[in-house]
Every structure is written in C-alpha cells, then in structure tokens.
Design a binder for this molecule. Structure first.
Ligand SMILES: Cc1cc2nc3c(=O)[nH]c(=O)nc-3n(C[C@H](O)[C@H](O)[C@H](O)COP(=O)(O)OP(=O)(O)OC[C@H]3O[C@@H](n4cnc5c(N)ncnc54)[C@H](O)[C@@H]3O)c2cc1C
Length: 422
C-alpha cells in the first residue's frame, strides 16, 4: 500500500487558455472548479437545481489521502469547523435494548460533514473566480476539432474547450455522451430511503439502528437539533420498477416493505414517512464505465465511479477533482493526454473504494436473523478497545491506497503559490 506521505512531484502549467464547463454543483463540480481556477482556467459550473442544494446525507473523510487533498485545497479547517461531531451509533433490539455500539469512525470516518455544508464551503470558496449558473441543464453537445458546442434547456448556446460531467450517479452528461445509464449502473440488491422526522427519541448526535432480516430502520440526529431527526430505511430487494419522480409511489413501496417492523419506535417513524415533504429514494448501486472520457468530455465523481453509500464517494470525488485538474495542468491543457493520465491515476483507486461499498447493503440490512447476529458479534469484537486501532486502519485502507502526486505550478515551481485559501 502506498500513501500520500510519499512525495511525487509533477510539473504543472497554466491553464489560462482553457474554457471549461462543469455540469453539477455538489461536491465534485465545485472541487474541480476550485483547482481549475487556481491553474488559471475560465470555469463555468452549471447546476440543474435552482440554487445550491443544501442538506443531504452526512459524508465523511478518512485516511491520509483524503486529509492531504483537503489540506491542499485549503478547506481542512473549515470542514472541521462545520463537522457533525456525530457520536455513537447503537444497534438495538425490538424493545430498544442496546445490543452493540458501533465505533464512530466506522460510519463517520475521521471527519464528517453534511454534503450540503461541504458544497457551501466549496461554492463560497470559488464563486469569486468561477461562473455559476443555476436552474439549467445541458441539452446537447457537439464536438469538433477545436472545441465543443453546448446547448442548454434554457440558456443561450455556448462554446467551450472541455465539458466535465460531475452531475452524479444518474449523470445527464454521461447519458448524452456515453448513452443510456442501464449498462453502467450496477444494482447491488438493496434500496435506501431517507427523510426527516420529529426527534421523538431525543437523540443528540447519536443514532439507533434496528434490523430484521432484509430490512433496517435507522434513526439519527447528526446536528444536535432537538426538534428534528433523520430516518433511513434500507432493504434488500429484487430490482423494482418505479417512477423516480413519483414520491407518493415511493412512499407506498416503503410503507408496504416496512409494515409490521417490530421495533418499538418503528410505527412513529413510519408515520413521519407519510408526512415527509422530501424523500430520498434510490437503489444502492455503482457506476462502472469502460472509459472516463470521450473526446472533450470527461466524467468525475459519482458520474464516473459512484457507489451510493459505503464507498467513500465524497472523498473519491475530491481526490478525482484534484487529480483531473493536476493532470490537465501537467499536460498543458492537452485534454487527450490529461484525461488519459487522470484515468490511469484514479481508476484502480476508485474501484478499490467501490469494492468496499458492496458491503454496505448486507452490513446495514443482513438477509437473515443468523446474519444479523453474526454482524453484531463481529462488530462488537472489532469495536473493542483491543482491536479498534486495527479495525480503523482496515476502514481506511482503500481510501489511502494512492500515491498522490504533488502538482507544482510552473514557472514558480512552488506548490505553495497554488495553495491559496478559498
Ligand atoms: C444514502 C447515501 C449515503 C451516503 N453516505 C456517504 C458517506 O457516508 N460518505 C461518503 O463519502 N459519501 C456518501 N454518499 C455518497 C456521496 O453523497 C457522493 O459520493 C457524493 O455526493 C458525490 O458527489 P458528486 O458531486 O459526484 O455527485 P452528487 O453529490 O450526486 O452531485 C451531483 C450534482 O449534479 C446536479 N445535477 C444532476 N443532474 C444535473 C443536470 N442535468 N445538469 C446539471 N446539474 C445536474 C445535482 O443536482 C447535484 O447537485 C452517500 C450517498 C447516499 C445516497
């Protein structure tokens, strides 16, 4: 295993001649915008939502490589300032008796933050140097030898040198350039749903997890809000045929699947499902593409190697943004060389992290009572003081498995000159 502690310097050059469009303003998009603008490129970030999306799940960073990238981005302190400080997450019996405390690092890594807070940090750090366009989406892409013509659902057509798809697991850019998502989306046999409920349990930065074979309800409070909590439903299933935009239909699927759940707090949480204004509902799935780029278009973050949950997708998106910008700068903006080098650097790393995410469904919602018991025994043991250090290193292994290059900007050659705080 190699880690970020090995210095691996690569010469980087100005990208002042490049005009880049990035689709998606969540994590990967603004992170790439930060790096490209530091290298001098003109950057436009396009977001379908009418404004920066707040909220979202808590996401975490773990190990050396994530830490080094956050530090080089200059957001390490701000991420810590806004971290969740999530505490213990406890697996309980039907009568709410506590069975196992999961160590905080298992779910929350070294530092955990709401995805929306991370987006805000990145947006606020880049908006003075980067153009953000909200409430629009790419309608078509037409490439020639000199550039790429882009039309939008609403705005006037524009021309760019490069287009980056950082628009998530169900990427619109990927669909336009690589085709329908079906061949790229690997369904892992589980679904996950999330919604807000009143904080009936009085949780304060803790969570309670209850499992029956193939289905789990998790109630958590990440932010210390005495009024509100989050509920997550995870269940094993064949692939379901449902409308991604029909929230009422998704609520019906969840209500049927979780009817009769034996936990003493289940009925109230499921009442909250009925009245929830916002619902996240999706398959636990991974994205596997043959190539991350085609011509002048490249995929970044979940769009190129997403893993839904358990695969450290946020850290991988930040590492991917760092590497993509760095390799483009190393290649003096030659997209063929830069994209190829990005892919060579990031592909195995992302695959290693995706592999871990394959465990998320079976860990959260084991398929039988026997497997629930064996999960709980294993995690009780691994969480014990004796094994906790070993267990923590194990949870960081995939995220740390990259010899991170340091891209030193020419002509100054000094990396530090790049590292201005956003
Ligand atoms: C239930 C759940 C739990 C998770 N837990 C963790 C965790 O604990 N740790 C972790 O590291 N990661 C976690 N993740 C994964 C993490 O959220 C993603 O890996 C991360 O957000 C990837 O960032 P991204 O910018 O690539 O994509 P996204 O965050 O998906 O952002 C894509 C952006 O593109 C925008 N967009 C979509 N379509 C268009 C379009 N047509 N035009 C323009 N913009 C568009 C979207 O509105 C969005 O803003 C979790 C995910 C889920 C679903």
């Amino acid at each position: 295993m190699t880690t970020a502690t090995h210095t691996n310097q690569t010469r980087a050059h100005s990208l002042a001649h490049l005009n880049v469009l990035i689709s998606g303003a969540s994590v990967a998009g603004p992170a790439l915008a930060l790096w490209l603008s530091r290298y001098g490129a003109r950057v436009t970030v396009l977001e379908k939502a009418p404004a920066l999306r707040e909220g979202g799940f808590a996401v975490d960073f773990r190990g050396d490589v994530h830490r080094t990238v956050l530090q080089r981005m200059g957001i390490w302190d701000e991420v810590h300032r806004r971290q969740t400080h999530m505490g213990r997450q406890t697996i309980v019996e039907a009568d709410d008796k506590e069975r196992v405390d999961l160590p905080a690092f298992l779910m929350s890594g070294d530092v955990e933050i709401f995805r929306g807070d991370l987006s805000t940090i990145l947006y606020e750090g880049t908006r003075d140097h980067v153009e953000y366009v909200f409430g629009d989406s790419i309608a078509s892409l037409t490439e020639d030898s000199e550039g790429i013509d882009v039309t939008f659902d609403h705005g006037a057509p524009r021309r760019f040198d490069l287009v980056v798809g950082a628009d998530g697991l169900h990427s619109n850019t990927r669909r336009l350039v690589f085709g329908d998502e079906a061949p790229y989306l690997r369904f892992l046999g589980y679904y996950v749903a999330g919604f807000r409920i009143p904080n009936h349990l009085g949780l304060d930065r803790t969570a309670r997890i209850y499992s029956e074979p193939g289905r789990t309800l998790m109630i958590s409070n990440y932010d210390g809000d005495p009024e509100r909590a989050g509920a997550a439903l995870i269940f094993g299933s064949e692939r379901l045929d449902y409308d991604r935009h029909d929230t009422a239909g998704q609520k019906r699927i969840l209500a049927q699947t979780f009817a009769g759940l034996g936990w003493t707090h289940a009925a109230r949480a499921l009442e909250g499902l009925e009245s929830a204004e916002e619902l996240y509902f999706d398959a636990i799935a991974q994205i596997h593409v043959d190539r991350l780029s085609k011509g002048r278009v490249v995929l970044l973050g979940d769009a190129g190697y997403g893993a839904t949950m358990g695969g450290m997708g946020t850290g991988t998106a930040l590492v991917g943004a760092y590497v993509l910008a760095g390799e483009l700068a190393a290649a003096r903006g030659d997209h063929r060389a830069g994209f190829a080098a990005y892919e060579a650097e990031i592909r195995d790393y992302a695959k290693g992290c995706q592999k871990i995410s394959g465990n998320a469904g079976p860990f959260l919602a084991p398929p039988s009572e026997k497997k629930i018991r064996s999960r709980d025994r294993v995690y009780r043991l691994l969480g014990s003081r004796l094994l906790a250090g070993f267990f923590k290193r194990l949870t960081e292994k995939a995220a740390s498995d990259l010899a991170l290059k340091e891209y030193a900007l020419e002509p100054s050659g000094a990396y530090a000159s790049l590292n201005r705080q956003p």
